[in-house]
Structure formats: structure tokens, C-alpha cells
Design a protein around this ligand. Structure first.
Ligand code: SAH
Ligand code: TYD
Length: 400
């Protein structure tokens, strides 16, 4: 990130591409890497030590679809309203979204007649966005594509991105692209998972190939300053177990809100940036691994049925770090058609359609999509009424 010395924090072992759900004949040709993260002694950025090449991750058949969660749909509807009401007030203002996926955010702005462009290399997700009226460029956002967009569409008043900026190891090229494309008074707004929440709640499964950087306000502040921008506002948002919305502008073009200094102070008090904080995390996740495997083994030996709920990217880290395979969790149910009928990466647990969950209900469901717990538990009242129980694993293993 800044060429400072990076010290290893945690090693989650040999891991696959987290969204590479396999056909049975593909199991022998999987790509693995060592999933380990470290922290920079200078800028405090938490980052992976041995990146998985981007081309292995965001392929045309990348199966993740943002709109599978009702909670995310309403979150991005609010984002669209916010951008439209506060920033996209001119008739001709352009908004560009980096990592627009299936159009979950831009389709609202498109319906409102706002000039827009989504940029996403995953052709399948982009086709879904186009089907909902969103203009998409199937491409990686970088300096090259930004220059081409500038030539065809002109400058952007707003560049937005959610859960994507942290995925790009060569982040400088994203900011060089933003520098080319953004108007003089424009803003670059991005949302991403918050490392402070990951550490506090031992959300070790938020570490997987795509999350190359784990952002803190302090590290993002240093990063954007190095790249010629200014962090002018930050806001905590309750997405994916705890995220932060960062607002970045050209230096001096916007007032820097007190929220930035306040969160940097909070992080210093909490020990973000100190190695000791991260060592505690390592001990905690070893405990989770031991307890979760013991619980699943006991349930299996007692003849109880356990099913995984949500074939998340996160679940690749959990199953492969803990060594959980189909012997302990016979299948994972998921609503995404692109994942169904395939095997989970590395652990090779079959992914079955959502209908399999209640046919018949299992005794226990391992909630792998815990970041949507409220939505899922509200939807699955009948499972609990019939005696079913949820298994959660972070910050500690428990049955609820
Ligand atoms: N913004 C959505 C999707 C996040 S998933 C949400 O928050 O739910 C990350 C998305 O970023 C994927 O669709 C992936 O194809 C895309 N992506 C990855 N690298 C990218 C890059 N360099 N430029 C644009 N999109 C990228
Ligand atoms: P998510 O946790 O959003 O992402 P990540 O892959 O980044 O860890 O993925 C949620 C997954 O859970 C997705 O594959 C859809 C699935 N899902 C269900 O099967 N049922 C549901 O009710 C919800 C909300 C999600």
C-alpha cells in the first residue's frame, strides 16, 4: 500500500477462490493460495500477503448477485435517494458505479432518469443489470477504462462503489482512474467492511481472497492523502456486520467533517494499528475452530441433521479453515441459481436450492449468511417453531 513494513497478523491456511463454485468434474483443477493478512507498521493498512490473481476471481461466470438480499436492496435504494437528493441535482450530472454487479443501486437512478454508467467485469451480473435498465460497461475500472469513459461520457459528478474498492490489490490504478474522471467539485463515495468490527467480533470469515484490504478510517485517510485526495466524511453503516461509508474529494474542495477525526481517535483508543490487538484475534479464532468442529461432530454422532444456510464467500474461509466437509454439513442451501447444483470451493459441500431447506427442515442450521441474520431469522420462523435451532460461530460458537 505505502511501501511500509508489513507484519503478518493471521494465517488462514490454504484457501480456494471463494466464489468458484464447482461442477463435480472440476474438483481436480481448483486454484488455491495461502490466505494470510498482515498490517503495515506505517499506515496501519491490513492487507493480504499473497494475493490471488484478479482474473481468477471476477470471471464472466462470477456467481455473486447483490439482489439476493432484501436488506441490501433497501440499503442501496436509500443510497440512490441520498446521492440523487444531495449530489446529482443537475439535469446532466453523471454518476459512475465501480462494481455495479446486478444493478442493485443504479437501477433506482436509471428509473429516475439520472445519467449513469456501471462498470463491472462480471458479464453475468452485468447482463442482469442491463435487463433492469442499467447501462453497464463490462470491464475493470482502472486508469485505462476511466480515460475511455471520460472520452465518451464526460466527467462524473459522483463515483460510487460498494464492497469493491478493497478488492483491488492495485488500488492506485482505481484512484488514478477516479482522478481522471471526477469533476473538480465531485465526490468519490465508497462503502466497505470495517476492520474494527471484524476484530471486535472475531469475524474471521470476512477475510477471503476478494477482501484484499481491510479498511480502517486511519488507513484509508493515509491512503487517499497519498493518492492526492482528501477523506472528508465517514459514517458507520450496519451492512455486512459493520461497514463504513467513506466520502473522498479533491483536497480543499469540500469541508472535512469532524466525523473523520472522531473515528481516527476511537480507533487509536481501541488499538487499531497495534499488533497486540490482532494477536488476541488469532487466539479467538482458533477457539472458534475447535468449538465449531466439536459441536458439529457431536451433532453428527448423535444422528442430528445439520444444514448450511447461505453459500457465502465467507463460508469458504469457515469451511476450509475449520476443515468442515460434507461429512459434517451434508449440504448448503442458497437462493442463487448460479451456485445451485455445484460444490462449494475447497470443502466440496453440495449447494442445493432454497427449497431443500424445508424438505424436511433440519434439526440445526449453520448460519453462514450471518450478516443477513435479521432478514433470514424473520423469514424462517417456522423452522424454529418446529424445533429447529441456529448455529452461530462468531464471536463464539453458540446455538440460538
Ligand atoms: N456493489 C455490489 C457488488 C459487490 S461484489 C454490492 O455491494 O453488493 C464486487 C463486484 O465488483 C463484483 O460484481 C465484481 O465483478 C466487481 N469488480 C471487481 N473488481 C472490479 C474492478 N476493478 N472494477 C469494477 N468492478 C470490479
Ligand atoms: P453475502 O453474505 O451477501 O455475501 P458474501 O458472499 O460476500 O459473503 O451472500 C449471501 C448469500 O446467501 C448469497 O449467496 C445468497 C444467500 N442468501 C440466501 O440463500 N437466503 C437469504 O435469505 C439471503 C438473505 C441470502
Amino acid at each position: 500500500m505505502c511501501a511500509g513494513p508489513v507484519r503478518e497478523w493471521v494465517d488462514l491456511g490454504r484457501q480456494p477462490v471463494s466464489n468458484a463454485f464447482l461442477m463435480p468434474e472440476e474438483v481436480d483443477s481448483e486454484t488455491f493460495f495461502r490466505l494470510a493478512v498482515g498490517i503495515c507498521a506505517d499506515c496501519t493498512m491490513v492487507q493480504q500477503l499473497e494475493p490471488m490473481p484478479t482474473d481468477n476471481m471476477f470471471r464472466p461466470d462470477y456467481p455473486y448477485r447483490s439482489s439476493t438480499s432484501a436488506g441490501l436492496c433497501s440499503h442501496f435504494e436509500e443510497v440512490a435517494h441520498l446521492l440523487r437528493d444531495t449530489e446529482l441535482t443537475g439535469v446532466d450530472d453523471l454518476v459512475v458505479e465501480i462494481g455495479s454487479n446486478d444493478g442493485i443501486m443504479l437501477r433506482r437512478l436509471s428509473a429516475a432518469g439520472v445519467r449513469h454508467l456501471g462498470v463491472d467485469p462480471s458479464a453475468g451480473a452485468a447482463a442482469a443489470a442491463a435487463a433492469s435498465g442499467v447501462r453497464v460497461r463490462v470491464d475493470f475500472f482502472d486508469e485505462r477504462s476511466a480515460a475511455e469513459i471520460l472520452a465518451t461520457d464526460g466527467p462524473a459528478k459522483v463515483i460510487f462503489s460498494a464492497n469493491t474498492v478493497s478488492h483491488v490489490a492495485d488500488i492506485d490504478t482505481v484512484f488514478r482512474g477516479v482522478d481522471r474522471l471526477l469533476t473538480a467539485d465531485g465526490i468519490f463515495v465508497f462503502e466497505d467492511r470495517y476492520v474494527s468490527d471484524i476484530v471486535e467480533y472475531a469475524y474471521f470469515d470476512q477475510i477471503y481472497d476478494e477482501h484484499f484490504y481491510l479498511f480502517a478510517v486511519r488507513s484509508v485517510d493515509a491512503m487517499v492523502a497519498r493518492l492526492g485526495f482528501e477523506l472528508v466524511d465517514v459514517e458507520r453503516i450496519p451492512i455486512h456486520g459493520g461497514s463504513v461509508r467513506y466520502t473522498v474529494a479533491r483536497p480543499g474542495s469540500r469541508e472535512r467533517r469532524p466525523s473523520v477525526a472522531r473515528m481516527v481517535d476511537e480507533e487509536a483508543r481501541y488499538g487499531i494499528g497495534e499488533h497486540e490487538t490482532y494477536l488476541r484475534f488469532g487466539r479467538q479464532i482458533e477457539r472458534i475452530r475447535t468449538d465449531l468442529v466439536a459441536l458439529l461432530t457431536d451433532l453428527r454422532d448423535a444422528g442430528r441433521r445439520v444444514v448450511g444456510y447461505g453459500a457465502t464467500s465467507k463460508s469458504a474461509t469457515v469451511t476450509n479453515y475449520c476443515g468442515i466437509g460434507p461429512d459434517l454439513v451434508p449440504f448448503i442451501c442458497d437462493t442463487t441459481p448460479e451456485k445451485q447444483g455445484r460444490l462449494s470451493p475447497g470443502a466440496h459441500i453440495p449447494v442445493r436450492p432454497y427449497a431443500a431447506f424445508s424438505d424436511p427442515y433440519p434439526d440445526y442450521a449453520l448460519l453462514l449468511a450471518w450478516n443477513h441474520a435479521e432478514e433470514i431469522m424473520a423469514k424462517e420462523r417456522q423452522f424454529v417453531e418446529q424445533g429447529g435451532r441456529w448455529i452461530l460461530y462468531a464471536p463464539h460458537v453458540r446455538i440460538v
